[in-house]
Design a protein around this ligand. Sequence first.
Ligand code: ZN
Ligand code: ZN
Length: 358
Amino acid sequence: MSNHRVLKLREAMQQKNVEALFVTSAINRRYLTGFTGSSGYVLVTMNDAYLLTDFRYMTQAPQQAKDFKVVEHAQRFTDTVKELLASANISKVAFEQDHVSFAAYSAYAEQLKPVELVPVSGLVEQLRIFKDAEELKIMQRAADLADDTFRHILGFVKTGMTEREVDLEMEFYMRHHGATCSSFDTIVASGERSAMPHGVASERVIVGNELITFDFGALLDGYCSDLTRTIAIGEPDAKLKEIYDIVLEAQLHTLENIMPGMTGREADALARDIITKYGYGDMFGHSTGHGLGMEVHENPRLSKLSDDILQPGMVVTVEPGIYIPGLGGVRIEDDIVITETGNAVLTHSSKEFTVLPV
Ligand code: ZN
Ligand code: ZN
């Protein structure tokens, strides 16, 4: 009575000589069990898979976490973990060191004695990198919603509005169409603010004859999309049209050539080499892309430093940009899935240079 994610996790545990794993990350908990409640812990051994939660969830948890033994934990949940480990004769349990504060670790170590705690990293995250068919379906819906939101906002945005008003409309649209919320703080960066790669929507008024960068996504059924488009409203500086064409060339070239077997560094270079060739290499200060899934930034990384090898089933972003301080910037981002032969693009919003009337 185990799902394929638990079976894969057990293989990873065996490779690391881990007999039992105690999962505290909320996202990893949801990934393994399907349980969407706000509180719970997962304990996986070679023979059993438990979801520990409290009385509030004793109806919901067994319905969602079908392959798990759902246990209502004691007031101190570590007492229940200790009991379960003792009944299986397990004296060592691995914990997710990246998701446990020092204070929590100290408490667990004390309360679980004489069981020994062993720190591990990324056991579940390594599984999450590869999306199965069911996950890809959800991610396609999250991508479609981002595309719909962009189309909607093109008919909404006008000069005289603040960036925050536009942000709010995007948030409302996404939630109205099924999103839990935006997958991160929406970037609406107009005018000289578009030169800030992380220009979260501000009180700035959109005045016209400038660029606007929208970078946003929907969190839908637990998965994120992440889309960036840059448009003009009125006639911006000619230099900005020039960098738009360069970023678009770099982005399209990367989409055409990304394939399995490539390293993150090689994928990054596909975009970076073109931008550098035109003399803007030092104005492209971030990496070309990142993994995407239940979190908006996951592995693999598409960066100058990344040795990650791209493989079928990975979902990544491709988002080169050029930023000229004081003038403006351009970024264009799509979400893609690596396939056996290349990649498939999940987001489809137009990348033609769009000029809205002032
Ligand atoms: Zn983005
Ligand atoms: Zn991104």
